[in-house]
Design a protein around this ligand. Structure first.
Ligand code: CA
Ligand code: CA
Length: 82
């Protein structure tokens, strides 16, 4: 019983950490999306060196824009990217 509660707590903590990371990523996304159209254009990406340099991998579906999902995936693979 106690072990099960511990496992649930661990899952909850992991989920909280994930949510925190997602919110932090969203802050950065909002900053970079300077015209607030919901996507980062290649022009907007020039404000973030890591994103600009990794643009081709960040734009996973190659549509010339990085949306929130693509950006959080990009941030997850480059944790030092600021
Ligand atoms: Ca934009
Ligand atoms: Ca894209």
């Amino acid at each position: 019983m106690k072990k099960r509660m511990f496992q649930q707590a661990a899952v909850a903590l992991a989920a909280a950490g994930f949510i925190t990371a997602a919110v932090a990523g969203e802050d950065m996304f909002t900053k970079l999306d300077s015209n607030a159209d919901g996507v980062i254009s290649s022009e907007e990406a020039t404000a973030n060196e890591a994103l600009y340099k990794g643009w081709e991998s960040a734009d996973a579906n190659q549509d010339g824009q990085v949306d929130a999902a693509e950006f959080s995936a990009f941030e997850a693979q480059t944790p030092e990217g600021k």
